[in-house]
Design a protein around this ligand. Sequence first.
Ligand SMILES: NC(=O)c1ccc[n+]([C@@H]2O[C@H](COP(=O)([O-])OP(=O)(O)OC[C@H]3O[C@@H](n4cnc5c(N)ncnc54)[C@H](OP(=O)(O)O)[C@@H]3O)[C@@H](O)[C@H]2O)c1
Length: 331
Amino acid sequence: MLRVGYPSTLSSDLLRVLPQGIEAIPVSDTLDHDVEIDVWIPDPYANRAMRAWPRLRGVKLIISMLAGTEWIPPLVGPRVTICNAHGAHNVATAEWTVAAILAMLKYFPLYLDIQRSGIWKRRFEAGAHYARISGDADPIYPPVLLEELVGKTVLLVGYGAIGKEIERMLEPFRVNLLRVARTARSEPQVHAVSELDALLPRAEIVVLILPSTAESRWLIDRPQFALMPQGALLVNAARGPIVNTDALVESLNAGRIRAALDVTDPEPLPDGHPLWSCPNVLITPHIAASSPQFSLNALRTAAEELRRYMNGEPLQNIVQAGDSGGELSRL
Ligand SMILES: NC(=O)c1ccc[n+]([C@@H]2O[C@H](COP(=O)([O-])OP(=O)(O)OC[C@H]3O[C@@H](n4cnc5c(N)ncnc54)[C@H](OP(=O)(O)O)[C@@H]3O)[C@@H](O)[C@H]2O)c1
């Protein structure tokens, strides 16, 4: 029987979605003895998973509950096959992205501040906010108190499972969509990442939704901020290290751009970090996928991968092919 370690923090009800023919073994981060398993579904909180790993023996395959798995290979080395939860968190992450774009264009952070102060007439601060961020010195009458999304140009950097879901959710807003991935293709048109700098001057909204890798580190740095139009909105739903944080802080403090960030570098963002107090930024503490459906969706994706593994079929979501290459026959 295939021994599958799962996070002891999960409700055992959820195990009903895993295939028959496995022995499900709870793995906690406080193990005081070694545990033999074949497949490990790590706790989605990396620090808990890291504490459990030294007690695990015999792991050939890791199936992550997350789409981003960059912390796993350094922990387990190159010999273990690693799959991610590709597709499991598309809806929650895409919804966060659209909500963050709308919140910033409707000035919700400012209006929440006004609500807390209880002073209605402060709403006219929005006009000054618009003048500063747009760089438009001529006052508009009546004053601008929010902006519209319809008709804006949105640059999606990363056009995978979540990028495509964001595109679907943005459809009713009739935005002009520009797409960037590693390689160019057509129908729909996707630009290669080498064209990013040429596209940035057209992008009123830049959405980052690509993995954190050596190639994507600091993809958005000082030159890229300089290429964005005045007042452009950077939305990072991906991973913090894709953006140079010092350059981001400089651009925000200079009033050049605005940002909505679910992820930061470093993470957690320490108390007193300059990013917390920058103007024109909305920060959520890496919560975009953490809906009540998170675990069920992730385990359903893991279950399909386990079914394939047990039937000797190719795995779908391999991010690192270890010694077993994901094949049960070599267990
Ligand atoms: N905030 C959160 O809570 C949260 C939740 C879920 C996921 N995420 C992050 O979102 C990322 C994307 O997830 P996904 O499921 O959409 O991944 P995916 O389906 O694997 O798609 C990744 C996309 O990024 C592109 N890409 C990869 N490296 C690139 C580079 N160096 N430059 C430009 N484009 C690059 C790929 O290009 P090709 O198409 O050419 O291969 C692909 O279009 C995850 O890796 C994770 O880090 C964050």
